[in-house]
Design a protein around this ligand. Sequence first.
Ligand SMILES: Nc1ncnc2c1ncn2[C@@H]1O[C@H](COP(=O)(O)OP(=O)(O)OP(=O)(O)O)[C@@H](O)[C@H]1O
Ligand SMILES: [Mg+2]
Length: 488
Amino acid sequence: MTRLSLLVDLVSMLAREVDLDAWLEDAAGRLAEALGAERATLWLVDAEADDLVARVAVLPEVRDLRQPFGRGIAGLVAAGGQVLRIDDAASDPRFDPSADRRTGFTTRTVIAAPIREHDGAPLRGVVQVLNRAAGPFDAEDERYLVALGRELGRALALTTLAPAADEAPGVVLQGPFNLIVGRGPAMDAVYERVTLAAQADATVLLRGETGTGKTLLARAIHVNSPRAAGPFVTVDATTLPTALVESELFGHERGAFTGADRRVRGRVELAQGGTLFLDEVGDLPPEIQGKLLRFLQERAFERVGGRETLRADVRIVTATHHDLEQAVDEGRFRADLYYRLRVLEIDVPRLADRGPDEIERLARHFAERYARRYGRPSHRFEPDALHYLRSHTFPGNVRELEHWVESAVVLAPDGVLTLSRLPSARTTRRAPPPASDAVSIPHGLSRDEAGERYVRATVEQLGGNQSEAARRLGVSRNTVARVVRTRS
Ligand SMILES: Nc1ncnc2c1ncn2[C@@H]1O[C@H](COP(=O)(O)OP(=O)(O)OP(=O)(O)O)[C@@H](O)[C@H]1O
Ligand SMILES: [Mg+2]
């Protein structure tokens, strides 16, 4: 099952806000390990540059590795769309030694397969593995790599490495973090800080207007931090009555108040080993601010009605759309807490300040996403609709744009997004976040459990066809049958 669980791990990571460069590197490293090989590379077809790229080179300091179509093994697979296996690179005319000359690596054996949803589908990339320790690659390796390439192709369609449209070749590099779209200077500054925040364990304060992506970025910080395997727990101070905020955060003992008929652990305890995200921290009631400050200073707290002092190893990320300085001046927010929270401050720009190209990029991203969700055909924006979006100042920021585009997609069974199908320029109200449409395997499952769920989900998706599921996942029919039989 290790080859299968590798696939599950890789695909389920793509449902999160992972750093895509780190994901590509990690995926390649683990793939090499699974195949007993020295090295692996995931190449993506860059739709804009018309070549293969091994890194999501959006940030200027990230050096990208590129390969033209038709040159070298990966280039040949990209051009021909067929899997290639090479048993002796030195004597094979298809092998291009120039990369080895640059890196000092000596390639002996190679296997490379296309990344795409199915035979004949547009190519998204190439997965390539070099130098298996125990002799050349065999037919089983080949089948596995082809299956992996298909699963990766399907998974990528749900990420921000998605193509511009279903039928278009390649992928469009939309930003360094999965599911987060934007690659202009305004967002690059944010990404830089998110990367730093992910590496350091310091308290983070995300600031920005409503709908700018604070929650999304908070998750990105967690997912790319050493705490990624731990829980990500959210508390939103605005959704709870003041009396409940303290017990929600720190828990309560049995009998602490009327109705407290059992001990309940607070969010702080539930976040042990992970990240606690305090949303709308500016709205935290004054009574709780002191307790939060103590927790930030000592990582110590008591449950409501409890005497025992407890400790939790938790990283705190907070967000607010309020002007905290003003709240401090007016005495509504403790100054000492304010300084504790802003160890690492990230200002998330308004959508209007990111420029029209970013608006268009996000609009296309949401159109693609919702067309998929509602089973609509690939979208096309009419020029006047696009012009209107590009020049509108969205007071509700990205969330408002997302709602506009979702609504236009629903109103357009033909896929043509016209001006008349866009909602009028009114401020939209808050709505619950949309459910994810990614292949969803809950986190925190054991590898075997996750693997089995993945098999069952695939069988279900294929209407019960176990042979097809086995082919798609690159495992034996017996494995699939066994997993389906053991369904509890
Ligand atoms: N850069 C982005 N790329 C893709 N989607 C985005 C981006 N920014 C925001 N969104 C989407 O817009 C919506 C609002 O984002 P989010 O909830 O993170 O905003 P927020 O700043 O936390 O808002 P609030 O202050 O109201 O809590 C979400 O559906 C989110 O997925
Ligand atoms: Mg939010």
